[in-house]
Design a binder for this molecule. Structure first.
Ligand code: SF4
Length: 583
């Protein structure tokens, strides 16, 4: 009811249904289609796109184990197996009594306190043998989630090193008051002078983006905060939203003042649902303090407010145009660009999209002034950067550094010993081997959205790359054929090598596939899907070669194996029924 009959609220309506009924009931799909005056097929198409929405029942308890490589490194697969055994269940299947289903999901953003799982969208961290036994018992007893021990749902910030953002708490509204005196022209000048660049990885100058949005023609301007950090190994926005929510909203309101927007959205990734109530409470306080709403801070005509939209488990929605599609209640498929969101964004209107950290940094620029800000970091990368450290180190968590910090310095601070490689900026980023640990984090050398996954010398880097490749195949939105088919072929190729059937021919095929994906993919996911394999092949080739057969060619499809069931059914398993023996 709260969303009215607006089709652009479709995703939020479906999320509400999912939360209430545990799935999207078929009989309500037709009623919803009538009410929103859209085809039933559109609703089914949207519901089937997002992995947290289910058109069929998935049990009173839907358990999803986080399947990031760092969860695996801390034992998630064995824990999932244990839970399946104890509940007499196969992964991906609903129990016969309809009570529970267990499956995996992509990284839940809890890499500093994994292994982690989601139960009915609620994150549970620090899983171990004992916790799994307790969860099994609670499920068997049909204990409502609200009565589970609160400690299960405790999520730590794990801030290990603070700087400009994490070490300062600004009085609510202080930046806005100063900005109102400056006016939009001077705000943009200060941002440009500070050298602030977007913290999502691409590094577009923030002042230029806001300026372009301000000057774009449209019936209304919008501000969108991308809080859908789905890159495996990244969790810094989770921490900022928990401990610096006011600063995030201050930055968004500042953007509204600079661009002339009257409406903003914070798109929160579904895995961070636990933050929803506290974020809404912060928004409410800001409304009460006249920092949102009509005539903000008594300034006539300065009207702006923010809605929070909850994502539903689609990594691709972190891509800004896909996120806008999702905000409009559609499948999160990236748009053709140009035109860019600054001119044709939400509802085809000028829209400034930035991530959580960028809005905080923008507010800080106004707070300390562009000269001081520019003095932090390096010539082309001003300011500080939050790094999400996970993997093989005793002190995983959030570290804030001036740009220009080396990989080696971060490793020393987090206590990593015997590190053999660091994956910077998630699966689509760069695998940095030990010989390159003096490289610097920053736009000049290693641009990063924030993920910093440490692998020590006991890790099998082939398996790390295989996990990343599975991730891309799972998260490809399927819109364009090269990516849909290519990521799946890549996954099959890596699985073939893992099974001991790979040859040098398969490695050469990956090179060819990369060329196809680079040149024909519609968005960055497809273009970077081969990166983890190519990077690990370059630096850790023996991990691949140890698995290769010396044959020139080995088919990916095992025909003899595929006929095993037929042999079983016909009672024939003699040598003559086997293809190999007949060759
Ligand atoms: Fe979707 Fe992949 Fe095409 Fe991107 S490259 S639009 S993720 S299918």
């Amino acid at each position: 009811m709260e969303h009215g009959n607006d089709p652009s609220s479709l995703l939020q309506i479906l999320r509400g249904m999912q939360e209430h009924f545990g799935h999207i009931p078929a009989h309500l799909v037709s009623r919803l289609a009538d009410r929103l005056s859209i085809p039933r097929a559109r609703i089914e198409s949207v519901a089937s796109f997002y992995s947290f929405l289910q058109l069929r029942p998935h049990g009173e308890y839907r358990v999803l184990f986080s399947d990031n490589v760092t969860d695996r490194m801390s034992g998630s697969q064995a824990l999932m197996e244990l839970m399946c055994q104890q509940l007499w269940l196969q992964p991906g299947k609903l129990s016969e009594d309809g009570l529970v289903s267990i499956d995996t999901t992509s990284c839940t953003g809890m890499c500093d306190q994994g292994p982690a799982m989601l139960v009915n969208d609620h994150a549970i961290t620090r899983l171990d043998h004992q916790r799994i036994q307790e969860i099994v018992q609670l499920i068997r007893n049909r204990t409502p989630l609200a009565d589970w021990p609160a400690d299960f749902f405790r999520i730590e910030d794990n801030i290990r090193r603070s700087g400009l953002l994490l070490g300062n708490t600004l009085p609510r509204g202080e930046v806005l008051r100063a900005a109102l005196v400056l006016g939009s022209h001077n705000i943009l000048e200060q941002l440009n002078a500070s050298g602030l660049r977007g913290r999502g990885g691409a590094g577009f100058p923030t002042g230029q983006k806001w300026e372009a949005c301000r000057h774009a023609a449209g019936s209304g301007h919008y501000v969108v905060c991308n809080a859908d950090e789905g890159e495996p190994g990244t969790f810094k926005d989770r921490v900022l939203l928990n401990c610096q929510a006011d600063l995030v909203f201050e930055g968004m309101t500042l953007c509204a003042l600079a661009t002339g927007a009257r409406k903003g959205f914070l798109y929160l990734r579904g895995e961070y649902r636990y933050l929803l109530d506290s974020l809404r409470a912060v928004l409410q306080r800001r409304r009460e303090d006249r920092l949102l709403g009509v005539d903000i801070l008594g300034q006539p005509g300065f009207d702006f407010d923010i809605d929070i939209h909850l994502g539903a488990g689609a990594y691709i929605c972190g891509e800004e145009s896909a996120l806008i599609e999702s905000l409009e209640g559609k499948r999160g498929v990236p748009r053709n660009r140009p035109p860019f969101p600054v001119t044709h964004g939400y509802l085809q209107q000028p829209t400034a999209v930035d991530n959580v950290e960028t809005f905080c940094q923008a507010a800080m620029v106004l707070h300390i002034g562009p000269e001081k800000y520019r003095a932090i970091g390096t010539a082309r990368s001003s300011g500080s950067k939050l790094i999400s450290v996970s993997g093989d180190c005793p002190r995983p968590g959030i570290y804030e550094y001036p740009f220009g910090v080396t990989v080696r310095e971060v490793l020393q601070d987090c206590g990593a010993v015997n590190a053999a490689a660091v994956q910077v900026s998630g699966p689509s980023g760069v695998c940095v081997p030990e010989s390159e640990f003096d490289r610097k984090l920053g736009f000049e050398d290693l641009p990063t959205a924030g993920a910093f996954m440490v692998f020590d010398d006991s890790r099998d880097m082939f398996e790390v790359a295989r996990n990343f490749v599975h991730f891309f195949a799972h998260e490809s939105c399927g819109f364009c054929t090269p990516c849909r088919v290519g990521t799946s072929m890549l996954k099959q190729g890596m699985d073939k090598i893992a099974a001991g059937h790979g040859t040098h021919y398969d490695l050469a095929e990956i090179d060819k596939l990369d060329r196809v994906l680079q040149t024909t993919s519609h968005c960055g996911l497809g273009r970077t899907a081969c990166n983890p394999v190519l990077h690990t092949l370059k630096h850790f080739r023996p991990a691949y070669e140890a698995r290769l057969k010396s044959l020139e060619f080995e088919p990916a499809f095992d025909l003899d194996g595929a006929l095993a069931r037929a042999r079983q059914m016909t009672g024939r398993d003699d040598a003559g029924a086997h293809l190999k023996e007949n060759e």
